[in-house]
Design a protein around this ligand. Structure first.
Ligand code: HXC
Length: 520
């Protein structure tokens, strides 16, 4: 019978040996290579992301399944670090893939570590943050690694809307390593060091003969400006991790929770005098919607999401009177603020994200319509625009709309109009609500009269002026109750804060259904 004390010492020494091996990851050479590429290691990232000293690791000693092609292969920590910690004093669950271990590729046990973490997060009602740096399915494990991805995707879907899921892309992510992030609420990318693609440049070259670089195929620029896959991008790992911390400050812990208040020195009654000069009554004079938002929000702070994609529509977070709000705003400086396919997708997804997480919605309207054009029609603007209509109608969070200038046609309805479920609609005196602008309207309904008139131009001008007098103001809509009040622009901040305070206890039941069938 061995001495129990000696046995214990031996076991502890073994534990420390194993732990040290895991902490070393893929070894100093691969760590150096990672650093040379301006990328941090999996553990360095966790340290930067979480409140200092709060990380508690889970599953440190997990090892890969010994399938034949993996026999004798070392994979410390199974290529992923998992655990929980705090951000701003609030609990989060984190997995961080280790590219220095088999390229961060996902084998069955790597997946099981992530799955365990996701299950714990869902049971505890706390966000999951994935720091992705992975070459996708581990080729050596064949169907087992596909099964691992299946388990992760399944949980991404079933926990969607229950707890926030955030994905940072911090290296070359391929295959399953991009589909899991795509199922989460927010995707952030590091500029110049991260890529997302289903198949890489080499496969593309052999199949389609297209020559394309990593960056041009799936860099942060592509996904933040063209594909809309990424929500935020920043220079380097540290900046991305900092953005995650700020993003989380606008989100609740789970679907039953509310985003914590953040007190501000900014007075609720602050007069927004600059708004008077910013937005003129002339619908052709451009202005910066960002400026309007900076004027309205607490501490002039707007945390914009997807700033580079579908720039004709702005989405993001801010605070009013200390409470988080999600903002959707037309941006007349781009495509005259019209709604196109991408803007519709952008708004619809964001509205659903806010609704899932109890974040009230503020909608700022200055929209002349959906973007006309063959490409838009053939691209399915009907299907995409419908997503936006659906998302707003479906949302049960407090919803306030402020019409600044134009609210025309279907786009007026899509931008959270009274009839689509807005709780309160305000308008500035510069607002105009109509089926379309006066010029277009007169040209259609008085076409014959204008054409047969001895002085067509004079007739056109007269008819346009008449139409303007009838519709080009907010008072007809206000008289019908489509607008709850016309307010002086400089009072907007205090009116909105009072409006959201009034709606704070809002609760809305919907008829029983398994789930709606939103257009996709
Ligand atoms: C196992 C892998 C691997 C993989 C790379 N490695 N990919 N090991 N499975 N999928 C290993 C390499 O052999 C290498 O090991 C180390 O990781 C680093 O890889 P490098 O190629 O040296 O790195 P780099 O030059 O930076 O290129 C990174 C890369 C490239 C662009 C990601 O490795 C690559 O294209 N990998 C294959 C990507 C892929 O096709 N994945 C499968 C997707 S299918 P050593 O020992 O030499 O350091 C998929 C299925 C799910 O994911 C789909 C669900 C929809």
């Amino acid at each position: 019978m061995p001495d129990p004390r000696a046995l214990l010492q031996e076991r502890i020494a073994e534990m420390e040996r194993r732990r040290a091996k895991v902490l070393a990851g893929g070894g100093p050479e691969r760590v150096r290579a990672q650093h040379l590429q301006q990328r941090l290691t999996a553990r360095e990232r966790i340290d930067l992301l979480l409140d200092s000293g709060s990380f508690q690791e889970i599953g440190t000693l997990v090892e890969h399944q010994d399938v034949s092609l993996m026999r004798g292969v070392e994979a410390p920590g199974e290529g992923v670090v998992t655990g929980q910690g705090e951000i701003g004093g609030r609990r989060v669950f984190v997995f961080s893939q280790d590219f220095t271990v088999l390229g961060g590729s996902l084998g069955k046990m790597h997946a099981r570590k992530i799955v365990k973490l996701m299950d714990l997060a869902a049971r505890s009602g706390a966000p999951v943050i994935g720091l992705n740096d992975s070459a996708g399915a581990r080729i050596q494990e064949g169907v087992d690694s596909l099964s691992g991805y299946g388990e992760v995707f399944y949980r991404n879907a079933i926990y969607s809307g229950a707890i926030p899921q955030i994905s940072a892309i911090l290296g070359p992510c391929a295959g399953g390593a991009v589909y899991s992030p795509a199922l989460t609420d927010f995707v952030l990318m590091a500029r110049g060091t991260s890529y997302m693609f289903i198949t890489g440049p080499e496969v593309i070259r052999s199949v389609t003969r297209e020559e394309v670089s990593f960056d041009a195929l799936g860099g942060a620029d592509v996904h933040s400006r063209r594909s809309g896959v990424a929500h935020l991008e920043a220079e380097g790992d540290a900046a991305v991790l900092g953005m995650i911390r700020e993003l989380l400050s606008f989100l609740p812990q789970n679907a039953r929770d509310r985003t914590p208040r953040k007190e501000s020195e900014d007075p609720a009654e602050r007069s927004c005098d600059q708004l008077l000069d910013l937005v003129s009554a002339d619908p052709r004079r451009p202005y910066a919607m960002h400026q309007v938002l900076h004027n309205l929000l607490d501490d002039h702070h707007f945390f914009e999401i997807q700033p580079g994609w579908a720039r004709n529509l702005l989405i993001g977070f801010g605070r009013l009177g200390g409470e988080a709000v999600g903002i959707v705003a037309n941006n007349p400086a781009v495509l005259a603020g019209t709604l196109d396919i991408d803007a519709s997708d952008k708004a619809a997804r964001f509205v659903r994200t806010c609704d899932a997480f109890n974040i009230p919605l503020l909608t700022l309207v200055d929209v002349s319509g959906f973007l006309p054009g063959v490409a838009q029609e053939h691209g399915g603007i009907i299907r995409h625009g419908a997503k936006m209509l659906y998302a707003y109608a479906e949302a049960t969070v407090p919803k306030i709309t402020l019409i600044l200038r134009k609210g025309y046609g279907g786009a007026y309805l899509a931008m959270n109009s009274a009839d689509m479920g807005a709780d309160l609609v305000y308008a500035w005196p510069t607002a105009s609500v109509a089926v379309m602008g006066a010029e277009g309207a007169a040209n259609i309904i008085y076409r014959r009269e204008i054409a047969s008139s001895p002085d067509p131009e004079a007739t056109r001008e007269r008819r346009i002026a008449e139409y303007r007098a009838e519709f080009d103001h907010p008072y007809l809509a206000a008289a019908r109750g489509y607008i709850d009040d016309v307010i002086p622009p400089e009072r907007s901040r205090s009116v909105l804060i009072r409006g959201f305070a009034m709606l704070a206890g809002k609760h809305e039941e919907r008829p029983y259904r398994k789930h709606g069938n939103e257009p996709l």
